[in-house]
Structure formats: structure tokens, C-alpha cells
Design a protein around this ligand. Structure first.
Ligand SMILES: NC(=O)C1=CN([C@@H]2O[C@H](COP(=O)(O)OP(=O)(O)OC[C@H]3O[C@@H](n4cnc5c(N)ncnc54)[C@H](O)[C@@H]3O)[C@@H](O)[C@H]2O)C=CC1
Ligand SMILES: Nc1nc(O)c(N)c(N[C@@H]2O[C@H](COP(=O)(O)O)[C@@H](O)[C@H]2O)n1
Length: 227
């Protein structure tokens, strides 16, 4: 079994989630950031790819004190578990995801350097799955086995691609922001190679929000929850 998996992302009106230097761009409106914070608070775990850690050095914590308090009142830790998909154990040891604010799992593949893995083990839990690349199905099964029922994926474009390709995404929530980023090499929501047949999604909701619009899509693979 695996958790309910949803991707959340903010995209410019020209379809970019970052610029061509892959820098962290503030695309969400303040209104959207508040929704994103609530979505984190309602999730058991938040997952990103190593590309996002290297570009953004995110904290992946709940920002609102009130939401953190509500989690504690429900018997949960203040922050959801942080999960980094990092085949070669490239997570820098001074990354903010390795701080003490939340439980962190770094998922690596068998190719990862053993010494670096040992250093990561001193700061986080390490889960090994897959030879060259992290086996995402195995990772999701592991997360389910430790109690994760709702997993929020916060990018980036490569991890989004792999999850969709494997049919492991139930919903995608995108905030389309009133801005143009441009850039031939700027990442879009999903990278990788084009699918032979496009993966279809069903429109679930549309909501104007600040300077943009939030859209929730239900993926056609949503009924394939068992792995
Ligand atoms: N606007 C938004 O909502 C968001 C934007 N971003 C942006 O996205 C960019 C980072 O995205 P990417 O470079 O695509 O990196 P990514 O965060 O998707 O990480 C990809 C890396 O994960 C590793 N990996 C391990 N196993 C894998 C597997 N099975 N499938 C795929 N990858 C696997 C690989 O090393 C791969 O290079 C940054 O510019 C960041 O700012 C990231 C998150 C949200
Ligand atoms: N929802 C959303 N809107 C944006 O404009 C963004 N740039 C992102 N980026 C994601 O949020 C992470 C940062 O988290 P912290 O504030 O450090 O907790 C970043 O790494 C992306 O995953 N998201």
C-alpha cells in the first residue's frame, strides 16, 4: 500500500516553476503561501527531490505557529516528516532539511557513497531503495509502513515526472501566477521525456487566489493506489 500522493507547485503563466538558473523564485502569492502552509500542516510527510534541495535549501516546515499548535493538539509532531529523494547522497550536511525542526528521511540508492551515507545517518534517517536511482514505489511503501497516509510532493520537475510516469500521483494542485518568467532552460512542472500517450487528468476545482488561480487536477491513475 502507498499513501495518498499529491503534488503542489506554483507556476508562472508561461508554465515555469523556476528560472533558467534554477533559482528559487517566489511565484506563489501571499494567499497561496497560506494555503500551501495549511496543506503541509495537513500532510504526514513532505517530499522533494535533491535538485530542489540543492537549488532552494528548503526548510519544508509549517510556518504558522497556530497550525503547528493544532498539529500538536492532534497528537502529531509540529512538522510533517521531510523526505528527500537523493540517489547519490548529495544532500549537503549543512542543509536546512537536516536541522532538528522535523524528522527527516533521506532516500538513497545503492550507488550512494557509503561514507557520505554514514554522515547523513548521524543527522537523519536513511532509507536505501533501488540500484542507480531511488525506487519510488519502495519508498512510498516504506512511508506507508511508518504511518504516512498523506504525502505532499513539493517538486521539482524531475521528481514530479518520475512519480507521474510510475502512476504514483493522485492529485496535482497548481497555483498559476500572474507573472512571466521565460527562459528556454527554465524548468516546467514536469520534465523528463514526453510520454507516448499523455497522462490524463480530471479537473477537480478552480479557485481565484490573489494574483493567480489555484487549480486541482485528479490524476487518472488515482484508482491505482495499491502497489
Ligand atoms: N515553483 C515551485 O512550486 C517549485 C519549484 N522548484 C524548482 O524546481 C527546480 C528543481 O527541480 P529539478 O532540478 O527537476 O530537481 P528535483 O527536485 O526534481 O530532483 C531531481 C533529482 O532527484 C534525484 N532522483 C533520485 N531518484 C529519482 C527518481 N526516481 N526520479 C527522479 N529523480 C530522482 C535525481 O538526482 C534527480 O536529479 C529548482 O529550480 C526549484 O526551485 C521546486 C519545487 C517547487
Ligand atoms: N508553493 C510554492 N510556491 C513558490 O513560489 C515556491 N517557490 C515554492 N517552492 C517550494 O517550497 C520550498 C521552500 O520551502 P520553505 O519555505 O523553505 O519551507 C521550495 O524548496 C520548493 O519545494 N512553492
Amino acid at each position: 500500500m502507498r499513501p495518498f500522493v499529491f503534488i503542489n507547485a506554483a507556476m508562472s503563466l508561461d508554465g515555469k516553476i523556476s528560472n533558467d538558473r534554477r533559482e528559487q523564485v517566489r511565484i506563489s502569492s501571499p494567499e497561496d503561501f497560506r494555503v500551501v502552509d495549511r496543506l503541509r500542516a495537513e500532510s504526514d510527510a513532505v517530499m522533494v527531490g535533491i535538485g530542489t534541495v540543492l537549488s532552494d535549501d528548503p526548510k519544508l516546515t509549517v510556518k504558522s505557529e497556530e497550525l503547528r499548535r493544532e498539529r500538536v493538539e492532534r497528537g502529531l509532531p509540529e512538522n510533517p516528516i521531510r523526505v528527500v529523494v537523493d540517489s547519490r547522497a548529495r544532500t549537503p550536511l549543512n542543509s536546512q532539511v537536516l536541522n532538528q525542526a522535523a524528522r527527516t528521511i533521506v532516500a538513497v540508492a545503492e550507488v550512494a557513497d557509503e561514507e557520505k551515507v554514514e554522515l547523513l545517518r548521524r543527522r537523519a534517517e536513511v532509507f536505501v531503495a533501488g540500484k542507480e536511482r531511488v525506487d519510488l514505489r519502495a519508498l512510498l511503501e516504506h512511508l506507508y509502513s511508518i504511518g504516512v497516509r498523506r504525502l505532499m510532493v513539493e517538486g521539482g520537475s524531475e521528481i514530479n515526472y518520475s512519480l507521474i510516469r510510475e502512476g504514483l500521483v493522485d492529485e496535482i494542485r497548481v497555483f498559476y501566477s500572474g507573472m512571466v518568467i521565460a527562459g528556454r532552460r527554465a524548468p516546467t512542472l514536469v520534465s523528463g521525456e514526453s510520454f507516448d500517450t499523455p497522462v490524463e487528468a480530471r479537473l477537480k476545482s478552480v479557485e481565484p487566489l490573489g494574483n493567480g488561480v489555484a487549480v486541482v487536477w485528479e490524476m487518472r491513475t488515482a484508482n491505482l493506489r495499491k502497489v
